[in-house]
Design a protein around this ligand. Structure first.
Ligand code: ZN
Length: 207
């Protein structure tokens, strides 16, 4: 129950429009799950020189993003569980969403298969299992890039490759820098506008 309370406090502090009633069952689910894992304070993972080199050598923008995402997720799981041995098990949908790749289910399978043919990943033996083992982790190579935000790993790769992305001034999520004035992500931009409209109302009309 303490975990739920902590999560609740965290959400209230960090999530505008947070409604504890709507979220209760989700928080309860996470809290139950959390009891199965040791608590870990993972501030992020280091990506090494050789790992970056392997991904750069794919020479396909979309596959590079997918490979980078799998790498970060596998390293995160290795941190959480030292016996993880470079495995990732998230749903295809989750992986592609974090990789910021929009594609069909058919294409998703083809892309995984291409990475397998390149010798970069291996599947779990069980056919009904989505487990993927990342084969290009090289922790002995020099640390080069620190990744601490796992929400948009595909954009982290694009940023690393020199594309124009900024972190939202409010929530920190990566967004494409479409203009010099852009400071916020879509959601935060909307919230800020709402707040401005509200205060305009109170200052001018609500008197
Ligand atoms: Zn934001």
């Amino acid at each position: 129950m303490n975990i739920i309370k902590e999560l609740n406090t965290f959400m209230e502090k960090n999530y505008s429009n947070y409604n504890s009633v709507d979220w209760f069952s989700s928080l309860e689910k996470y809290a139950t799950k959390a009891a199965k894992y040791p608590l870990c304070e993972c501030n992020g993972v280091w990506i090494t020189e050789n790992e970056l080199k392997t991904i750069n050598e794919i020479h396909d923008k979309v596959l590079e993003r997918l490979a980078f995402t799998l790498l970060c997720l596998a390293k995160f799981r290795n941190f959480r569980n030292p016996n993880n041995n470079n495995w990732v098990n998230y749903s295809n949908g989750e992986i592609y969403s974090i990789a910021c790749i929009n594609t069909t289910a058919f294409e998703k399978d083809i892309k995984f298969n291409t990475l397998k043919e390149l010798g970069l990943i291996e599947y779990a033996k069980k056919v009904d299992n989505l487990n993927i083992q990342v084969l290009y982790i090289d922790d002995d190579s020099e640390n080069k890039l620190f990744i601490s935000d796992f929400r948009k790993l595909g954009y982290e790769w694009r940023l690393y490759k020199g594309e124009k992305y900024i972190r939202c001034a409010d929530c920190g999520i990566l967004v494409k820098k479409s203009s010099n004035r852009k400071k916020y992500c879509k959601d935060c931009g909307k919230n800020i506008k709402n707040e401005q409209n509200k205060s305009y109302y109170y200052n001018n009309l609500g008197k």
